[in-house]
Write a protein that binds this ligand. Structure first.
Ligand SMILES: Cc1cc2nc3c(=O)[nH]c(=O)nc-3n(C[C@H](O)[C@H](O)[C@H](O)COP(=O)(O)OP(=O)(O)OC[C@H]3O[C@@H](n4cnc5c(N)ncnc54)[C@H](O)[C@@H]3O)c2cc1C
Length: 323
């Protein structure tokens, strides 16, 4: 059996978990084993039901209301308990913050090896994996050994796909969890500003860097974003200067975007920024420096002063829209 840990938000499976499930389905086919999923938290039942369409024949729902709040150790104990009960060949999770944290606890509890941020996996006696390290600037090939292989997969590598399972069942379990397992748990979740596009989901993102020059300089980027239905993001130079909130930071220590187009204005393209931006399908760089590092990643570039270029685009869009 290949077992996938599926995170869920607002009772739907998380898109990155569906990518993990797609890899799980591929591996299950390769090793001739069934594909199963684990959904943590009683409120996850609708998400568990939705997995019927994604090829999981069996979904194990950890139906303990206390687990509806994120509690990494308790989630991990639940997954470790399932490993004991089911004896899967591999457990796969999304390479998300939660996926990594829970799987690290699972590895510590079970004393099994964990390979994180995998880009490819070849099953065998030992699994041959290629994994991202150092924010994606290094690819490592590794052999993953042990009776149960633990993996997380890098986001945006495998495509989630509908593949209804021939049979489908949800199995509820309530593992005995000690109070100690709830030492760390999320007590509050801050909702995103109503009406504000989330950076992670936006199809179009306008990013501003140090080249924007000031907090006021972002007004033109906001206006452009408003006209295009885009979200605004920024570099760490900008959040460090206090021009924009950390929630808008793109990069290694910020958000990872998956937009169709990322318009990077006055951003040099440091590796720590690119890690968050490279999930975008296309990058348009606006920069005065034709040799800026971001040119190595950009599909399109406008070499020039963003303080002239952005207002010119805004004016043209307004003209075209008759505003
Ligand atoms: C551990 C660690 C984690 C980090 N995490 C992140 C992270 O998550 N995200 C992140 O972004 N950074 C991160 N950084 C910082 C990163 O290394 C860079 O310092 C930062 O990304 C630089 O921001 P920038 O491109 O806005 O500024 P700069 O590197 O100063 O680049 C400014 C760019 O603007 C251009 N420019 C200037 N004026 C104009 C103009 N008028 N019109 C057009 N172009 C103009 C310049 O040519 C230049 O290319 C991290 C660093 C470390 C050490």
């Amino acid at each position: 059996m290949i077992l996938c840990l599926v995170e869920h938000t607002q009772r739907e499976p998380n898109p990155f978990s569906l990518e993990a499930l797609a890899l799980g389905r591929q591996m299950a086919g390769q090793v001739g084993a069934p594909l199963a999923a684990v959904v943590v938290g009683a409120a996850g039942r609708p998400a568990a039901e939705a997995l019927r369409e994604y090829g999981a024949a069996d979904v194990h729902l950890i139906a303990d209301e206390r687990l509806d709040a994120y509690a990494p150790e308790a989630w991990a104990e639940s997954v470790a308990g399932l490993i004991d009960d089911l004896g899967p060949q591999a457990v796969i999770a999304a390479g998300s913050d939660r996926g990594h944290e829970v799987m690290a606890h699972v590895a510590a509890i079970t004393n099994l090896a964990l390979a994180t941020n995998c880009l490819s996996v070849e099953p065998g006696e030992a699994f041959l994996v290629t994994r991202q390290r150092w924010g994606g600037s290094l690819l490592e090939e590794a052999r993953l050994k042990g009776p149960v292989k633990l993996l997380t997969i890098a986001p945006n590598v495998f495509a989630a796909a509908l593949a209804p399972a021939a049979t489908f069942a949800i199995h509820e379990t309530r593992p005995a969890l000690t109070d100690n397992a709830f030492r760390v748990m999320a007590t509050q979740a801050a909702a995103a500003d109503a009406g504000r596009l989330s950076l992670a989901d936006a199809r179009l993102v306008i990013g501003g860097g140090r080249g924007v020059g000031s907090a006021e300089g972002f007004r033109a980027l906001e206006e452009l974003a408003g006209l295009l239905g885009a979200a605004v993001g920024c570099s760490r130079a900008v959040t460090s200067a206090g021009w924009r909130p950390h929630a808008e930071q793109i990069g290694q220590t910020g958000e990872r975007i998956t937009a169709e187009l990322y318009i990077a204005c006055g951003i040099s393209g440091a590796m720590q920024h690119i890690v968050g931006a490279e999930g975008a399908r296309h990058i348009l760089a606006i920069n005065t420096d034709p040799d800026a590092t971001i040119m190595n990643y950009a599909d399109y570039a406008i070499i020039g002063d963003l303080h002239q270029i952005v207002p010119a685009i805004v004016a043209e869009l307004k003209r075209a829209k008759g505003l």
